[in-house]
Design a protein around this ligand. Structure first.
Ligand code: GUN
Ligand code: ZN
Length: 448
């Protein structure tokens, strides 16, 4: 048989999820090969299995080995703001004051396309350095900022979703559009970027407070005209915000109803936060098959509150759920650190979040929240090969915590990846592959 030249293969330990551990036994949702082989063809998964079982079938294929490492699907960040990169860790305020004092003045800079391009490039490199291969991203109000972001994402062949912020009231003049211009600009950007390569567009009204009824109505019109674009916004993050929404929309029964009345609650809608949602609102999100981006580092940093994970993931009214960093309200680009804070939020509510559930949310759960469960999120045959090489011994302390690099049993693996969630960060990411190609490699990886 002739060698299959377009195939490449990687030998390593592999961990991914084939089902949702919130609803089926963890042993059925986790797929793990302590010594596995991943075969790639034209940027997609051709096969994944036990090395000994697959090696003869692919004996002609050159194999790259990553001993003592763990390969997982790339992380999926379901909510982040690229123009807030430089103002991460802004001191002392809660949401509404923080927006006025820090976020809005920073976002003003993104009218300058060259500046937006520079920060977009940095932002994407930072995602890759942290093992994030797909994100749902807020740009700024300026269409130039969206062009800059998508140009940089396209150059790196990344599967990214983003959109122009729409806001026509309760924002500084320099950051405001109008209902009509936001509709026209968004429409033009959808036509230009949606499904351009791996890129997808999200209609992005900032939140109910900064949009008039008319702007929300026109956002709904865009969703009707382009049924496979996303809706991305904030929802019920902070108590003062919820109270203000009630004043601004007295005819609505609650915050989610504002979006519902504009036709913005559907199966491609992703709502960031949802900390203050009522049980009825969770039920409505479940009924509409909409998703929530749980952003623990942001919710803790801005003092917004403790998200009710168990309510979102309840069996009776399940809501699609992913993790979001929400940089710059969030405090890290690392999805490992984000999962760590999600664990602590659960603890504070006397709930728990197992390491496999946390890593599911960071990978396949996030992919499903973004309606990309058939495209990315695990190593099923035919999926896009975006994945990361992890080192569970990436600091001296983690090496002491994990004396053996590759777990054999599922129990040992659970213990090992729990330490990765609690102690890991960008240092644990040795390499990031995009569509089967190396896109980031850590410069030195000391062995302890
Ligand atoms: N609500 C409206 N805008 C924002 C934002 O930029 N960050 C966060 N965390 N919440 C918001
Ligand atoms: Zn946000």
């Amino acid at each position: 048989m002739l060698p299959e030249r377009s195939l490449t293969a990687i030998r390593c330990a592999f961990l991914d999820f084939v089902d949702d551990p919130f609803y089926v036994a963890e042993s059925e949702s986790v797929r793990y090969f302590a010594d596995g082989l991943l075969v790639l063809e034209e940027g997609k998964v051709k096969a994944l299995g036990d090395y000994q079982q697959l090696k003869d079938q692919y004996s002609e294929v050159a194999i790259v080995a990553h001993p003592d490492r763990l390969i997982m699907p790339g992380f999926v960040d379901t909510h982040i703001h690229f123009p807030q990169t430089e103002m991460i860790a802004a001191y002392g305020e809660q949401l509404l004051e923080w927006l006025n004092q820090y976020a809005f003045p920073t976002e003003r800079k993104f009218k300058d396309k060259a500046y937006a391009q520079k920060i977009a490039a940095f932002f994407l490199e930072e995602l890759l350095r942290n093992g994030t291969t797909t994100a749902l991203v807020f740009a700024a109000v300026y269409p130039e900022s969206v062009d800059a972001f998508f140009e940089e994402a396209s150059r790196r062949n990344l599967r990214m979703i983003a959109g122009k912020v729409m806001m026509d009231r309760n924002a500084p003049d320099f950051l405001s559009d109008t209902a009509e211009t936001s509709y026209q600009d968004s429409k033009r950007l959808i036509e230009k970027w949606h499904k351009h390569g791996r890129l997808l567009y999200a209609v992005t009204p900032r939140f109910a407070i900064t949009s008039t009824d008319e702007q929300l109505r026109l956002a709904g019109k865009l969703l009707e005209e382009f049924p496979d674009v996303y809706l991305h916004t904030h929802l019920s993050e902070n108590m003062d915000e919820v109270a203000w929404v009630k004043e601004l929309f007295p005819r609505c029964t609650g915050y989610l109803d504002v979006y519902d009345q504009a036709g913005l609650v559907g199966d491609r809608s992703v709502f960031a936060h949802g900390v203050q949602l009522t049980d009825q609102e969770f039920q409505r999100l479940s009924e509409a098959n909409a998703a929530i981006a749980f952003c623990p580092t942001s919710n803790l940093f801005l003092g917004s509150g403790l998200f009710r994970i168990e309510q979102a993931k309840c069996v009776e009214h399940p809501v699609k759920l992913g993790l979001g960093t929400d940089v710059g309200g969030g405090t890290s680009f690392s999805m490992l650190k984000t999962a760590h804070e999600a664990y602590k939020v659960a603890q504070l509510r006397r709930q728990t979040l197992s390491p496999f559930k946390a890593l599911f949310l960071a990978t396949l759960g996030g992919a499903r929240a973004l309606s990309l469960g058939d495209t990315i999120g695990n190593f099923d045959v035919g999926k896009e090969a975006d994945f990361i090489v992890l080192d569970v011994r990436s600091t001296p302390l983690m090496a002491v915590r994990n004396p053996v690099a590759n777990a054999i049993s599922l129990a040992d693996l659970a213990d090992q990846v729990f330490s990765l969630v609690i102690m890991g960060d960008d240092r644990a990411i040795c390499a990031t592959y995009i569509a089967g190609e190396l896109a980031y490699e850590k410069s030195s990886s000391p062995d302890f």
